[in-house]
Design a protein around this ligand. Structure first.
Ligand code: KG4
Ligand code: ZN
Length: 337
């Protein structure tokens, strides 16, 4: 079964082609245009998806050694994300499915990130806690069994990746800030600046206090050392993830932990969570680099799983800016599949 997965929820155009569960192609076109604005400009994101999507799909099929006519299922992200950006991939996928007379399936972006764990991992077991850390989301989800989600911790304000991006901007690093902070942090001295690890009373995340602490430090110390700030912000931001995850593990008694989303590409995050995994004898799963940030293969994989269980989605399925995992409705069968 050949599944084409299309991802356009933010600023990466992603195209993945899988045969069964095996990845044949996974291509991502990143939009550098946003760098000069220091953040994603939704209208530009949508326009650039329009430009990239057809060529990327064409190259994807060349890499996969397949033809459009070989496709059995077309999957696309329908949310959460930027509506204009989502509509590009979603409309393209629906049109393709109609033209090929093949089923279409809508995929929740966060479910896509979770399925990045299935793309390669062989040891995925339920129940499992998944820490989703991206530019738009920071959440711990208890996955009781396939498609059965329970949110255990959400962020009260910024997402973790968003905090990396904002702090990067404060210290003059480009967008997206996460990888630049990680690189600068390697040359910084841990302990040279003290930033507080957020400790909200309820089980959940909060990054606004940490971000403000960096803002004040930068304002009060014009000769600041960028690397020291990066290193110590990163320590506090990641320690917060570890502490909240440790509590969620204790509360649930779950021993399988997955970490997904753009921030899970961070090597220091890997080190910290490997320590936690040793301390708690956890089965820790983190996708390899290309599947951490937004990509089409994870959408294809999640779409295939949904399709196997529930069949295709209604061709009228709309794009949605917000959608919690618990609220995903099984696809409503549209035209006969
Ligand atoms: O999952 P993703 O590609 O898109 C969203 O769904 O948001 O995540 C993008 C986020 C950005 O905020 C980016 O700065 C962050 O992931 N990120 C990182 C790293 N690589 C990407 N954050 C920290 N360290 C990294 N190495
Ligand atoms: Zn994402």
């Amino acid at each position: 079964m050949i599944t084409l997965g299309i991802e356009t929820s933010c600023d990466e155009t992603g195209v993945g082609i899988i045969s069964g569960d095996r990845i044949l192609a996974n291509l991502t076109a990143s939009q550098i245009v946003h760098t000069k604005y220091g953040g994603v400009v939704p209208e530009l994101a949508a326009r650039n998806h329009v430009k990239s999507i057809a060529p990327l799909i064409r190259v994807g099929f060349e890499v996969a050694g397949k033809r459009l006519a070989d496709v059995d299922l077309v999957a696309a992200t329908n949310g959460p994300g930027l509506i204009g950006a989502l509509l590009v991939g979603l409309s393209f996928a629906k049109s393709l499915a109609l033209a090929l007379n093949k089923p279409f399936v809508a995929v929740n972006h966060l479910e896509g990130h979770i399925y990045a764990l299935h793309v390669e991992a062989r040891r995925f077991r339920y129940p499992c806690l998944v820490l989703i850390v991206s530019g738009g989301h920071t959440e711990i989800v208890l996955v009781r069994s396939e498609f059965v989600y329970e949110s255990r911790a959400r962020t009260a304000d910024d997402a973790c990746g968003e905090a990396f991006d904002k702090v990067a901007k404060l210290i003059g690093l480009p967008y997206p800030g996460g990888p630049y902070i990680e690189k600068a942090a390697r040359d910084g001295r841990i302990g040279a600046v003290r930033f507080p690890v957020p400790r909200p009373k309820r089980l959940g995340f909060s990054y606004s206090g940490l971000k403000t602490a960096v803002l004040y430090y930068v304002r009060d110390n014009p000769g600041f050392d960028r690397n020291d700030i990066a290193a110590n912000f990163q320590e506090a931001a990641l320690d917060h993830l570890v502490e909240v995850t440790r509590r969620a593990l204790s509360e649930t008694g779950v021993r399988d932990l997955g970490i997904v989303g753009g921030v899970s590409a961070n090597k220091r995050l890997h080190e910290k969570f490997k320590c936690l995994a040793r301390e708690r004898s956890l089965n820790l799963l983190i996708p390899s680099f290309q599947f951490c940030t937004d990509n089409g293969a994870m959408i294809a994989r999640a779409g295939k799983a949904r399709f196997m269980k529930y069949g295709g989605s209604d061709i009228n399925t709309d794009a949605v800016a917000r959608q919690y995992l618990e609220d995903i409705k099984p696809p409503i069968r549209g035209r006969p599949q």
